[in-house]
Design a protein around this ligand. Structure first.
Ligand code: AHG
Ligand code: MN
Ligand code: MN
Length: 311
């Protein structure tokens, strides 16, 4: 029996990643292996914030953030990082060449329901990312902690989007390579639907999906919901805002560590990500906690929804 293709082998031989970038992605994947294990084995989140001895517990968000920080710091390649769990850019290793942006645990409010959750990462060369755009990422990846743990990465530049599964001995092995997303969507995943009370364009989009009898798939974890699009090869996911008085006028999702990495992955797979008026990859980063509306997935459907949002 021939050996399965490992993540490290694939980064090296298929994607021809630079030495440091390959090590960085492998180190991130190691952190995620321990996040996956922590989800399986800690009580955190499942039974509220206290453990069975009545002690306060770290939430899984904080645990995941600490694990990623540990591995980034050990890697020696990261000058700074931006995490959803930290208010500012964190400096790490002055000699490091890369900035990593991440959401250590996406969908963490679903932990007690035992739904799928994930981690999201974007990697930039160099320091200071303010004023730059997500198109400048040199890699993006996510890990989905579902019934099975799956890691999907791209280095962009036509090198493709590839998925790996975490096996019983803690190795990521190739599951599917060159994932593609077709132009038309049969499945829709509408986030922040509360916005339709003040956003008539979004209401029209929702009605059109119902009228066309498309298939609804929405879990409340964007990693799982967008992974569904990659797995099925088509679909649309949205999270757009309501009026200026609404709770989330720009939608709920953060530009730097949620929208940006998925936009990089989606475009590489043949789909597209839009803010409604611009390609997400071209929206400049103004602050680490900036929110952007996101319409992502099959090209024709994203364009159709954009038109409805502007009608
Ligand atoms: P996080 O757990 O990192 O705060 O992010 C959750 C996000 C995203 O994954 C999901 O699509 C969205 O919040 C869900 O929002 P609603 O609960 O409003 O559907
Ligand atoms: Mn999130
Ligand atoms: Mn999170």
């Amino acid at each position: 029996m021939s050996n399965p293709v490992s993540l490290n082998w694939h980064l090296n031989h298929h994607s021809q990643a630079d030495h440091d970038l390959r090590h960085l992605i492998v180190d991130i994947s190691r952190a995620c292996k321990y996040i996956s294990y922590a989800i399986q084995t800690t009580e955190a989140g499942l039974s509220g914030s206290k453990n069975s001895f009545g002690e306060e517990q770290l939430t899984l968000d904080v645990l995941a953030d600490d694990l990623v920080r540990e591995y980034l710091s050990e890697s020696g390649t990261v000058c700074c990082y931006v995490s959803e769990e930290q208010p500012d850019i964190v400096e790490l290793d002055k000699k490091g060449d890369y900035t990593v942006v991440f959401d250590p645990l996406d969908g963490s409010s679903l932990v007690d329901a035992n739904f799928s959750i994930g981690s999201i990462f974007g990697i930039y060369k160099g320091g200071d990312i303010i004023g730059r755009t997500p198109r400048e990422q040199v890699a993006a990846l996510y890990v989905l902690y579902g019934p099975r743990t799956v890691l999907t990465y791209t280095l962009g530049n036509g090198k493709g989007v590839h998925s790996f599964i975490l096996n019983d001995v803690g190795e990521y092995t190739l599951l599917r390579d060159h994932l593609g997303v077709g132009d038309d969507a049969k499945v829709y995943s509408p986030g922040n639907l509360r916005a339709i009370t003040t956003n008539s364009g979004y209401k029209s989009a929702m009605h059109s999906w119902l009228d066309e009898e498309k298939t609804l798939r929405y879990s409340g974890c964007m990693v799982a919901d967008i992974h569904h699009i990659f797995a099925k090869g088509q679909g649309i996911f949205s999270n757009v805002g309501g009026g200026t008085e609404s709770k989330y006028p720009n939608g709920k999702l953060r530009h730097v560590f949620e929208c940006g990495p998925f936009a990089f992955l989606m475009e590489e797979a043949g789909g597209i990500a839009s803010s409604g008026s611009e390609n997400i990859l071209d929206v400049p980063i103004t602050s680490v906690d900036q929110r952007t509306p996101l319409i992502i997935g099959s090209k024709n459907e994203v364009e159709r929804v954009n038109n409805l949002l502007h009608a």
